[in-house]
Ligand binder design. Structure first.
Ligand SMILES: C[S@@+](CC[C@H](N)C(=O)[O-])C[C@H]1O[C@@H](n2cnc3c(N)ncnc32)[C@H](O)[C@@H]1O
Ligand code: SF4
Length: 427
């Protein structure tokens, strides 16, 4: 094994509508393939190394996450390791290795650093650890985007058939709107792919279902019209993308689907957040609810698997918003292709929400601080819970852990039912 490693993580990612991942078996293997954009450059300098860090499934608290990470060894004692991290638990893993392997230089980067905007005091991390938003190319003194994309997934994943693999093809890492109050896509070191070779088209056609995330926090109309028509139309590929519900994106998608592409192999995720005019203004989405409804219905009609993102746990929610929610739910045609995904509001460090709301249970893992769960009054909690019931009763497919989190809040003895990322709380 080379003394330079490029470390990437495998994460079991649950997709089912059931509320607890411990109850079922419906997951994909998420590959945090942060070095794919510079595959040949990394190959020239060292070896790739995959780490199965199954935090979602088994780890239930910050203390358990730390204990789990502290037990995972590293394959070399001397050298350097570039590590691609998408989640705070992975960054904590690097911190844990850096403490135990003082003769290895760890360079941690990836979305968690560049986009999630964690805060930490540099004095609190070991001297042999660097946390950086610098691109791999910049690290080696080369211009960005001059390397070919590729992925060598762990062999055992490609030899099983039961669970799809999920990987990312980066388009860009910023949002051209970037003003939603909870959102962390601000002040990012902008990286925009200048051309689309779509090298993943060369992956062998196999029985293993491959979910490709065409990643941008918000794919633009231009990217939709340039990338989608070139995509391989293959039975073993399924494409996911984050897209705003505005007219330009919707028109670009409809146009792309007039060609040879099968819309059923696409999951556009549209973040509606909360469908009342009042909440839409507070959140600062910049697209009116009517337009988002039109975009969702158009996609649903042609068979695209539309995900509608909603947020609950909103401190500002009032009774009057529930009427608008009801109207929204009845206006969704729901031809069987829509699913709603509810996230609980998290006030991330650096976002307007972080200044706007009062804090409860700070989220800190080792030296890394991410934000907090906002405090809600009893009446705000009641309105949020009723919004959840309304959505549940609509009969639209629902994926959410909101109910589970609320049950645990009411009865902390149920805490073991939660998984990491939700209760990663420590002082
Ligand atoms: C990349 S964004 C959205 C996609 C697209 N840009 C849009 O605005 O429609 C992903 C989604 O995750 C959810 N999300 C992101 N940050 C969140 C936070 N701090 N708290 C709760 N939900 C969040 C929101 O539903 C958001 O729409
Ligand atoms: S939620 Fe979507 S539109 Fe709003 S700032 Fe984030 S990525 Fe952009």
């Amino acid at each position: 094994m080379s003394d330079t490693l490029f470390v990437q993580f495998v994460v079991k990612t649950f997709l089912s509508s059931k509320t607890s991942p411990l109850d079922h078996d419906d997951y994909v293997y998420g590959l945090v393939n942060g070095f794919s954009d510079t595959y040949d450059l990394c190959k020239q300098h060292g070896d790739f190394y995959w780490v199965d860090l199954d935090l979602n499934n088994r780890i239930k608290s910050a203390a358990a996450t730390r204990k789990h990470c502290d037990q995972i060894g590293f394959p070399i004692d001397e050298g350097r390791a570039f590590v691609s991290c998408s989640y705070p638990g992975q960054l904590y893993q690097v911190y844990s290795w850096a403490k135990r392997y003082p003769n290895v230089s760890f360079i941690a980067g990836g979305n968690v650093v560049d986009v999630n905007k964690l805060a930490w005091n540099p004095d609190d991390i070991p001297k042999n650890m660097v946390v950086t938003a610098k691109s791999v190319e910049a690290y080696f003194g080369l211009p960005d985007w001059h390397h070919s994309w590729w992925i060598d997934p762990p062999k055992d994943l490609m030899n099983q058939k039961d669970h799809p693999v999920f990987f990312t093809y980066n388009l860009n890492n910023t949002c051209y709107w970037g003003k939603c109050n909870f959102c962390h896509y601000f002040d990012t070191n902008e990286r925009v792919r200048p051309f689309y070779n779509l090298e993943f088209s060369q992956l062998p056609e196999t029985d293993i279902f491959k979910m490709v995330c065409l990643y941008s926090p918000s794919i633009s109309p231009k990217e939709i019209s340039e990338v989608l028509p070139q995509l391989p139309d293959r039975e073993d590929f399924f494409y996911r993308m984050y897209v705003r519900g505005s007219k330009d994106e919707s028109d670009a998608l409809m146009k792309a689907f007039q060609g040879r592409l099968n819309p059923e192999l696409f999951e556009p995720f549209i973040g509606v957040e909360f469908p009342s005019k009042r909440m839409n203004d507070i959140i600062n989405k910049g697209v009116d609810v009517k337009t988002m409804i039109k975009s969702i219905n158009r996609l649903d009609r042609i068979g695209a698997k539309v995900s509608v993102g909603l947020i609950l746990g909103l401190p500002d929610l009032i009774e009057a918003d529930l009427d608008d929610l009801e109207s929204f739910l009845t206006q969704l045609e729901n031809n069987g292709n829509v699913s709603i995904k509810i996230n609980k509001l998290f006030a991330r460090w650096g976002t307007p929400a972080h200044d706007q709301y009062k804090e409860k249970s700070l989220w800190k893992l080792g030296p890394f601080y991410q934000g907090f769960n906002p405090v809600l009054t009893d009446s705000e909690l009641d309105v949020n819970d009723r919004a959840y019931e309304m959505i549940e009763k609509s009969g639209i497919t629902l994926m959410s852990n909101y109910k589970l989190i609320r049950e645990v809040e009411k009865d902390p003895t149920q805490k073991h039912r939660l998984f990491s990322g939700i209760v990663g709380t420590e002082k």
